[in-house]
Design a protein around this ligand. Structure first.
Ligand code: 4AD
Ligand code: MG
Length: 477
């Protein structure tokens, strides 16, 4: 007999034919009704057993979390809530789950509790739905780029370069911790390490992607990146997945067009392919919102919010215009923003970004042409010599989802910028080579995959959209 999934089964017609299905017991009611799920869909298949026909010990082994196999006739269900059910003729228990110690019981567990059970939480409806959406989004990402002439490029994980220049790197070392080589001043000499220089886990594959874009034309990365930042927020992880397209002969406008088109396409893919999961997640959110004060409730249900993003243009605003807007706005009735936002050149804080997106424009916003001083060294300097061709895409409820730019392709300008920031040329000699040989206008961006999953599923905390979150607090997995 062919092994079929609950999802496939629920899509078939009742035939009274014998079927066989495996899964984990969600609930077992009245010694008669098993709700069985195998992870293939949010929906369960009801399995009806006539307990008189089965061994008592066997029946005792059926409890929430147990893995079982059932065989029986697939028939139309008389009960409410489902169309199909299996009338069980034979039953096999793969593995029991002791009811007193199995942590995932058929009741509402808090997300905090489930974070402590990261190895088991995927058996809940919420996490299985989120992880199926995450998988669909990954597929959509690859499909979009592959269909649009991009080549998938594998950026190195261990690297000598600090792409963002922010110093938030996990050091990778082969040195003997107890007896490391020392410099004259007594400090550890990491230059004697495996790569003959300090090495770290990548914070971004961008610099390497630039090298490949200058040979393959259009490339994208999609892989893990690491930031040793000790930020304890609902938007930051120490290990997260980033998608980084990089395109030769693209200017900033083309870059913004691509970011907008790409995001809309992948969200639309999920709308079309994850309906059951999105409906479940939307209902979950609505239930959660009921416990919040009216003012904090979301204005749109999840699916409507996703559709809104797909159907409407993102608003494009320069940093300078944004500062003007913020200066003249009152985030609440009495007060204006008192932060140094009144000075041109200040970095935007998340409260400013949220105000622009959620209160002022009420749609996704692309901010561009930021002050050079607050952005990374590789961004292309504008004619005003004050701003760079940077762009950030800001999303409601999320904040920054994309950071990107047109890159500085002029050798002398790049060298000057690096000198100003104290970045040594020998550190990035190969990156400078790209400007010496066949340089050209090019652009790219990075999208934080977990932030995209957060937006698409409505999950409030980034730790709940990645299987095993890496944060300063999650040491046990
Ligand atoms: O803005 P970032 O730091 O940009 C870069 O790394 C560029 N090199 C990208 C490029 O142009 N190729 O990061 C890009 C995105 C952010 O907008 C955010 O969505 C996400 O990565 N991100 C994080 N996501 C989760 N946890 C963190 N600690 C993140 N840091 C950045
Ligand atoms: Mg950024």
């Amino acid at each position: 007999m062919k092994l079929i999934s609950v999802k496939e089964l629920l899509e078939t017609q009742p035939t009274s034919q014998e079927v066989e299905i495996n899964g984990w017991v969600k609930t077992f009611r009245s010694n008669r009704f098993i709700a069985l799920n195998d992870g293939s869909t949010i929906n369960n298949i009801q399995c009806v057993i006539d307990f008189e026909n089965f061994d008592e010990e066997l029946i005792k082994g059926i409890s929430t979390g147990a893995a079982i196999r059932v065989k029986g006739a697939l028939v139309e269900s008389q009960g409410k809530g489902q169309n199909l059910e299996i009338q069980v003729s034979s039953l096999f228990i793969h593995g029991k789950a002791d009811a007193d110690s199995y942590p995932i019981q058929p009741k509402k567990h808090s997300l905090e509790f489930l974070r402590e059970k990261a190895h088991l939480r995927v058996r809940t409806n919420t996490f299985s739905a989120v992880m199926r959406v995450r998988s669909a989004l990954s597929y959509a990402v690859h499909t979009y780029f592959q269909q649009n002439g991009f080549y998938y490029f594998h950026a190195p994980i261990v690297t000598g370069s600090d792409a963002e220049g922010a110093g938030e790197m996990f050091r990778v070392t082969t040195l003997d911790a107890k007896n490391p080589p020392l410099n004259d001043d007594g400090a550890v000499n990491y230059k004697e390490d495996f790569f003959g220089k300090e090495t770290n886990l990548t914070v971004s594959g961008q610099l390497e992607a630039e090298a490949y874009a200058m040979g393959l034309g259009k490339v994208y990365t999609f892989g893990p990146t690491f930031r040793a930042e000790n930020s304890n927020t609902s938007r930051h992880l120490a290990e997260f997945w980033m998608i980084e397209p990089e395109m030769a002969f693209y200017d900033l406008d083309m870059n913004m067009d691509l970011a907008e088109d790409f995001i809309k396409w992948v969200i639309n893919y999920v709308l079309e392919n994850c309906q059951d999961d999105l409906q479940f997640l939307e209902k979950r959110l609505l239930d959660e919102e009921k416990s919040k004060p009216q003012a904090e409730r979301s204005e749109m249900p999840l699916i409507e919010k996703l559709r809104f993003v797909v159907d409407n243009n993102f608003k494009r605003v320069s940093y300078t215009e944004a500062i003007e807007i913020l200066r003249n706005s009152k985030p609440n009735k009495k007060k204006k923003f008192d932060y140094i936002i009144n000075q041109w050149g200040a970095d935007l804080q998340s409260e400013h970004e949220r105000f622009l997106v959620e209160k002022h424009f009420k749609c996704p916003v692309i901010l561009f042409d930021y002050p050079a001083k607050i952005k990374a060294f590789y961004m292309r300097l504008n004619e005003d010599e004050k701003t760079v061709r940077a762009m950030d895409v800001l999303f409601p409820g999320i904040g920054e989802i994309v950071g990107g730019s047109q890159r500085e392709e002029r050798l002398e300008v790049l060298q000057q910028k690096m000198a100003d920031l104290g970045i040594e040329e020998e550190e990035l000699w190969w990156y400078l080579d790209l400007r010496k040989f066949g340089t050209a206008e090019h652009s790219g961006f990075g999208l934080g995959f977990e932030r995209l999953v957060q937006f698409s599923t409505g999950m409030g905390n980034i730790r709940d959209v990645i299987p095993f979150p890496r944060t300063p607090q999650n040491a046990s997995f």
